[in-house]
Write a protein that binds this ligand. Structure first.
Ligand code: ADP
Ligand code: MG
Length: 391
């Protein structure tokens, strides 16, 4: 049974009638521009064909009741008590419910009305592996409340509200890329986002190329501490580089040439972190022209360089990610392979010729299991549309 049938039947069992609507919001994968969103850089994600689905209807009840089918759990909250993060019986909202509740909270903060809903949701975006299951949940609920609210927000506005929900309500310090890609995805296109101006455009990916995502199945704890340290190092680099480049606001404003000239004024570790960011922004600047020209070979090389830089300069890789990338890169049909997302575990992203994709996935899975003893998940994916009402 597919996910839509599953949540529809759970909804009927639970609420005694068919749901009025179904929405879907995808996860995302980032092809290039890693750890540059918080440095005002450019990112190049795509929405993927794995998504969160919600079956829902409006209700006259004072509170919304949500069923997380993947956890077989239920939670309720109302707009009146949303700020307290509690349920009508005063118990705390479970962690998963903070994401949808946060969206209601962020909408309310904007003065946008949200009606009570009954909802059952489920997702085939793997959780915590860097494919943004959390943003897909948020963007799905943003569409659900929009559907019932009689208002329409531009997709980027919905993304910003989702980011606010995650930053301020859930308490996770994420950039805008995840919600942006889930909200704004376009079938068969990559999305090029300027994280400073929030301007974006689509960039083509040739028909003969598949996006292959390989999950190491490794999840590292304590990564938020490392993430914050990387952000601090970038801020420190800007502070020090301002001595010679007083006009810069972020590492986005530092050219590779200026950076090379001034690199020896920075402490070693700060230099390595900042070099990754400056060079990665340089790579993402080249990406658009290469992809417009269909030069997937050269683009793939940039992905490989990105991985080496994340491994050696930004130091956010881990042995399992390196094994996955080292096996993938020489395989037939592989244009580029790198870790994707924040790092320290999670997934790699690979661009692979469609003709070779089955053999690639098989060889990658077998090689990884032989070397690590872990069985990876391999998803052959393609770029999909962003969050939408299905009916
Ligand atoms: P990711 O990289 O997948 O976004 P996060 O840690 O940011 O990882 O978000 C994962 C959290 O999002 C889960 O712990 C859960 O609270 C929520 N979530 C994601 N998918 C679902 C789902 N299918 N059902 C309920 N909650 C979900
Ligand atoms: Mg997330």
């Amino acid at each position: 049974m597919n996910l839509i049938d599953q949540i529809t039947s759970t909804y009927k069992e639970k609420f005694g009638h068919a749901p009025a609507h179904i929405v879907r919001a995808p996860g995302r994968v980032n092809l290039l521009g890693e750890h540059v969103d918080y440095n005002d850089g450019f990112v190049l994600p795509a929405a993927i064909d794995r998504a969160t689905y919600i079956a829902f209807s409006p209700t006259d009840a004072p509170h919304s009741t949500l069923v997380a089918a993947d956890f077989d759990q239920q939670a309720s909250f109302s707009a009146e008590t949303i700020a307290t993060k509690t349920q009508p019986d005063s118990s705390a909202l479970p962690e998963w419910a903070l994401y949808p509740a946060g969206v209601m909270w962020a909408l309310k903060e904007e003065g946008i009305s949200t009606s009570s809903i009954n909802a059952v949701f489920a997702s085939d975006v793997p959780r915590g592996s860097g494919l943004s299951s959390s943003a897909s949940v948020e963007m799905a609920f943003a569409i659900a409340w929009q559907t019932l609210g009689g208002w329409t927000l531009p997709a980027m506005q919905r993304a910003l509200l989702g980011q606010k929900a995650e930053n301020k309500y859930v308490g996770v310090n994420c950039g805008i890329m995840d919600q942006f890609a889930s909200a704004c995805g376009v079938e068969n296109k990559l999305l090029l986002l300027d994280c400073r101006s929030l301007e974006w455009k689509t960039v083509p990916l040739p028909d003969h190329v598949a996006i292959v995502i390989a999950d190491t199945t490794v999840r590292r704890k304590l990564t938020s501490g490392e993430y914050n340290k990387r952000r601090d190092a970038c801020e420190e680099a800007v502070r020090l580089l301002k001595n010679d480049l007083p006009k810069i606001k972020s590492l986005r404003d530092v050219s590779v040439a200026d950076f090379n000239r001034l690199a020896n004024t920075l402490p070693d570790e700060v230099e390595k972190r900042a070099r990754h960011v400056v060079e990665e922004i340089g790579r993402s600047n080249q990406a658009e022209a290469l992809l417009e020209a269909g030069d997937i070979q050269s683009f793939g090389r940039l992905m490989n360089e990105c991985h080496a830089s994340l491994r050696d300069l930004y130091e956010v890789s881990c042995p399992e990610l390196n094994v996955m990338v080292n096996i993938a890169q020489p395989l037939k049909g592989c244009y580029g392979a790198r870790l994707t997302g924040a790092g320290f575990g999670g997934c790699t992203v690979n661009l692979v010729a469609k003709n070779d994709v089955e053999a690639f996935a098989k060889a990658l899975a077998a090689g990884y299991e032989a070397e690590t003893g872990l069985r990876p998940e391999i998803y052959i994916s393609h770029a999909s549309n962003g969050a939408e009402l299905l009916g």
